[in-house]
Design a protein around this ligand. Structure first.
Ligand code: ADP
Length: 182
C-alpha cells in the first residue's frame, strides 16, 4: 500500500513512471491529465469546460479539478492506495488535498519530485507529439509549471514530505529508485 504524489515539470516522466509503479504495486494510477483528456474526447460537460484551457497550455480552473478529485479519491479502489500524477498542480489544490486526505483518513506517504533539466524537457515534449505538444503550447505549459506548480516543491519540503529523484537517467533506473518508496 502506498500513497504517493508525483511532482515534476511537463515531460519529466511522471505519467510513464506513475503507470509502471502503480501496476507494480497494484494500486490505481490517478492522472488528472488522462481523466481530463478522456472527458474532452467524450464531450462530457467537464470536457467541454476544460478543453480551451488545455489547448492553450493553461491550467483548468482549480474548482473543476478539485471536484473531479474529490469524486475519484472517494471510490472504493482508492482505499488500496494510489499514485497521483498531475494533481495537485497549484497551492490551492495542494491545500484542498491535505484537507480531503485528513477528512477521509488517508494520509499520503511522500511527494516525489522528478528532476529534469529544462532543455531535456522541451526535447522530450517535442518528440512526444500529443495535440497540446506544439512549441508555443509547450512553452506556455513550462511557464505555468514554474509559476504555479513549482512552489509545491517548497510546500512539501516544509512538511518534510519531499523526496527528489533524478529523472534524467534511463527510465528503468528512475523506476528502480521509485520502487524504494512503495
Ligand atoms: P503534462 O504532464 O505533460 O503537463 P498532463 O497530462 O498532466 O500533462 O496535463 C495536460 C493538461 O491538463 C494541462 O496542461 C492542464 O491544462 C490540464 N490539467 C491536468 N491536471 C491539472 C490540474 N491538476 N489542474 C489544472 N489543470 C490540469
Amino acid at each position: 500500500m502506498a500513497r504517493l504524489i508525483f511532482l515534476g515539470a511537463p515531460g519529466a516522466g511522471k505519467g510513464t513512471q506513475a503507470k509502471v509503479l502503480a501496476e507494480f504495486s497494484h494500486i490505481p494510477h490517478i492522472s488528472t491529465g488522462d481523466i481530463l483528456r478522456e472527458a474532452v474526447a467524450q464531450k462530457t460537460p467537464l470536457g467541454e469546460k476544460a478543453q480551451g484551457f488545455m489547448d492553450r497550455g493553461e491550467l483548468v480552473p482549480d474548482q473543476l479539478v478539485i471536484e473531479l478529485m474529490r469524486e475519484r479519491l472517494s471510490r472504493p479502489d482508492a482505499k488500496l492506495g494510489w499514485i497521483l500524477d498531475g494533481f495537485p498542480r497549484t497551492v490551492t489544490q495542494a491545500t484542498f488535498l491535505d484537507e480531503l486526505l485528513t477528512e477521509i483518513n488517508q494520509p499520503y506517504d511522500q511527494a516525489v519530485n522528478l528532476e529534469v533539466p529544462d532543455d531535456v524537457l522541451v526535447a522530450r515534449l517535442l518528440g512526444r507529439g500529443r495535440k497540446d505538444d506544439t512549441e508555443d503550447v509547450i512553452r506556455k505549459r513550462l511557464q505555468v509549471y514554474r509559476e504555479q506548480t513549482a512552489p509545491l516543491i517548497d510546500f512539501y519540503k516544509r512538511r518534510h514530505k519531499l523526496v527528489s529523484i533524478n529523472g534524467n537517467v534511463p527510465p528503468d533506473e528512475v523506476t528502480a529508485e521509485l520502487k524504494k518508496f512503495v
